[in-house]
Design a protein around this ligand. Structure first.
Ligand code: MG
Length: 159
């Protein structure tokens, strides 16, 4: 059996007047993430991990911010395209582990909803998807609530 690993990272700026979307779920908060798409950092990190595992580049290559087609895009739809690409090459997802770095709001109550939403698009069980949340102890841009970041690692299997 062939196996590959990939890792992904993303950060977006927090601003007022935008919804906060993480893992495909809208989370009640006074601030949201700024971006060309819905700025779902967790989903973006997972997409980059999937692409990285197969040395297929990054999401900026497939969904360039300069393309108006992706303005306001639902990141779960973008993820779905990446999953199709991965599957077309004969790979299946073993598991995904991820971390969201956010000072506020408290994300723990929403983690299982994110896992459910992502498992549908990834076509794997929610048990194969780990999402953790941590603060940055008020340090750096995430700690100052200037943005929210996410990291993801994925294992792919073939054969
Ligand atoms: Mg992004």
């Amino acid at each position: 059996m062939n196996i590959r690993i990939g890792n992904g990272y993303d950060i977006h700026r927090l601003v007022s007047g935008r919804p906060l979307i993480l893992g495909g779920i809208e989370i009640p908060h006074s601030l949201g993430l700024l971006g060309h798409s819905d700025a779902d950092v967790l989903t973006h990190a997972m997409m980059d991990a999937l692409l990285g595992a197969l040395s297929l580049g990054d999401i900026g290559h497939y969904f360039p911010p300069s393309d108006p087609k992706w303005a306001g895009a639902d990141s779960l739809k973008l993820l779905s395209e990446v999953v199709t690409l991965v599957k077309s090459k004969g790979w299946t997802i073993g598991n995904i582990d991820s971390v969201i770095v956010a000072e506020r709001p408290k994300l723990k109550p929403h983690l299982n909803s994110m896992r459910d939403a992502l498992s549908q698009v990834l076509a794997i069980s929610s048990e194969q998807i780990s999402i953790k949340a941590t603060t940055n102890e008020q340090l750096g841009p995430t700690g100052r609530e200037e943005g929210i970041a996410a990291y993801a690692v994925v294992l792919l299997m073939q054969g």
